[in-house]
Design a protein around this ligand. Sequence first.
Ligand code: KMH
Ligand code: ZN
Length: 302
Amino acid sequence: MSGEPVFLSCAITGGMSVPSQSAAIPVTPDEIVDSAVGAAAAGAAIVHIHVRDPASGKPSPDLELFRDVLTRIGERCDAIVQPTTGGGVGMTIEERARVVTELRPEMATFNCGSFNFGIFKVRRRPEMEPWEVEYLEGTRDYVFRNTFAEMERLSELFREAGTKPEYECYDAGHLHNLAYLADAGLVDFPIHLQFVLGVLGANAATLEQLVHMHQTAVSLFGAERFTWCTAGVGYPAEFHLAAAALIMGGHMRVGLEDNLRVERDRRAASNAELVDKAFALARLLDREPAGPSEARDLLGLR
Ligand code: KMH
Ligand code: ZN
């Protein structure tokens, strides 16, 4: 893979964390915009966006917050601005899909199945607000819902909007779900896969499981019909999977949505710091950083 281009997606704030977990997590629209622009300046070709209620910091499906944040990032940098349709705890698929139908972004995430999504193991801190403790604890009894009916409908909505899905696959079964959607004529190739590993309730962030998922994708879709990326959840998973992707020919996702630490004993001060570390790995492993324009070519956008 020596000399092959690699692009990076930075997941700026997320929907499955609460702000008291780290002071670095951007909360207000201004903070999210500034952090995304900073990540793009550090080399991120894609910025993956959730929004939060500015007063509480709670993940929000508010379309006007998305509109404001997406517009302002687009005015300040050339990165691919990729909103979530995964949202956060308790949001319905209708709420989650509106960012696609109303704002028609060039790309957005598409989650490939239902599964338990547990964040209740996060350490409680004295400074946590009651809603934050409830949010974390509530995931003990929570299913991240993406049924076949919902995925079928969402596929049509992405097509109507002209938005390219980034297919979020948290387990090998999600690739088989996606193969079903492809058989049903609901998928446009080449596709882009995100292997999200390390969520409690889905697959583990290990090299074996990444290789297994990559191999499964090759056998289901054919190696030439997809691009792919890794999102390791937690530390050091984020960087271990980025390194594996660099070696195996994939692309990288890092960001405060997935991981809060830049070293074992040091929290990241910003998304840009996580991006810098990932590109340091890329340089060490002889992959050539690709900016937004080259990433658009590799993803078949435009
Ligand atoms: N929150 C993640 C673990 C999405 O936003 O649609 C995966 C994710 C999915 O980023
Ligand atoms: Zn996300």
